[in-house]
Design a protein around this ligand. Structure first.
Ligand code: SF4
Length: 334
């Protein structure tokens, strides 16, 4: 196909997907050469792009091979036959992909894409907690570094946290690092949870007052909040869970409108995938998640730099993999 025709077709494909989230024809024409180039590099390098739902729609709907939350993407990373995994997300997610795929090259386009939760606790902190509470199992949220996972008995996600916590014997365990997720979970389990003072900079800022205000303006609105939000917010919500659970809820629920209380990328994803439903504010941008861009994805595929190539010490990796596999095992048990 002549180049001009291929570019025109690509721009039309992108515009069709992205028009509901405010991307105009002109922008789609500008990014079309880049998305075609990325597709070509993916073939040449035998690479896949995994994109978290919080990534910008121009990444999610142009070059991503898999879109999902951290749990879904870790499963996709486990199953892929590709030799190279480009993780359009944040560092702990790319590290998780590397832990599960030691023989593959895992690339993070924006090397500075961290996470306030993952940065809240170190392996040394977990070792100190284990000394303070000897014999107590440690469950860590996947939003942690490889070193913290390596010190844990199991990982968990927002969707399987309760099941994982309940699966351990005894009536007390260490749950880290998200204090709000721990508080929300504490309301659902009789086990005593020993927490940590970590928070997500996006979810800690939402407030119940704003939800009340929106409820007055939009009669019948269904409010969905992430379990990383403070309990005052989750108590004011109709549904509390992770990103995948929110998508499910929206698909199965009839309502005049929905308010998605999490990172804005998820509401954008729902606007694209459910143009027949109405979504109202409030969401907030994660500065780390939004560091990845299409030009960075093209560059990292073509010529990855130090810092973009994910490396995990083998001793740490083996222990961290054990904690992840424990999560898969418990999560898949009926
Ligand atoms: S949204 Fe919060 S938990 Fe997710 S990457 Fe950003 S800071 Fe971390």
């Amino acid at each position: 196909m002549p180049l001009q025709q291929a570019l025109q077709q690509e721009a039309e494909r992108l515009h069709k997907k992205l028009v509901n989230v405010g991307y105009n024809e002109g922008y789609c024409k500008i990014i079309a050469p880049l998305t075609l180039k990325i597709e070509q590099l993916k073939k040449e390098k035998n690479a896949v792009v995994l994109a978290h739902s919080y990534q910008t729609p121009d990444i999610v709907y142009s070059v991503a091979d898999f879109i999902g939350d951290s749990y879904q993407l870790s499963i996709a990373a486990q199953k892929t036959d590709a030799e190279v995994i480009v993780f359009s997300g944040v560092r702990f997610m790319a590290e998780t992909a590397k832990i599960l795929n030691p023989s593959k090259t895992v690339l993070l386009p924006a090397p500075g894409a961290g996470c306030s939760l993952a940065d809240a606790i170190t392996g040394e902190d977990v070792r100190a907690l284990k000394k303070k509470y000897p014999g107590k199992p440690v469950v860590s949220y996947v939003n942690t570094t490889a070193e913290v996972k390596a010190e844990s008995d199991s990982c968990c996600t927002s969707s399987n946290a309760l099941k994982i916590v309940e699966s351990f014997p005894g009536d007390e365990l260490i749950f880290l690092p998200d204090k709000f997720m721990m508080q929300n979970l504490q309301e659902q389990t009789s086990k005593k949870l020993i927490g940590w003072d970590g928070t997500c900079i996006v979810h800690e800022d939402f407030s119940a007052d704003k939800i009340d205000w929106f409820r007055k303006q939009h009669k019948g609105v269904k409010v969905l909040s992430h379990s990383e939000c403070p309990p005052s917010v989750t108590h004011a919500s109709d549904y509390v869970g992770g990103t995948n659970g929110m998508i499910d809820y929206v698909e199965k629920t009839e309502a005049p409108s929905f308010m998605i209380v999490t990172e804005c990328g998820l509401a954008d994803r729902m606007r694209v995938e459910h143009p027949e439903k109405a979504f109202i504010g409030m969401c907030s941008l994660c500065p780390y998640m939004k560091m990845n861009t299409l030009p960075m994805i093209e560059q990292v595929l073509r010529d990855p730099k130090e810092g973009q190539i994910i490396l995990v010490d083998e001793d740490v990796r083996v222990k961290a993999e054990k904690a992840l596999m424990k999560m898969f095992e418990i999560s898949n048990a009926s």
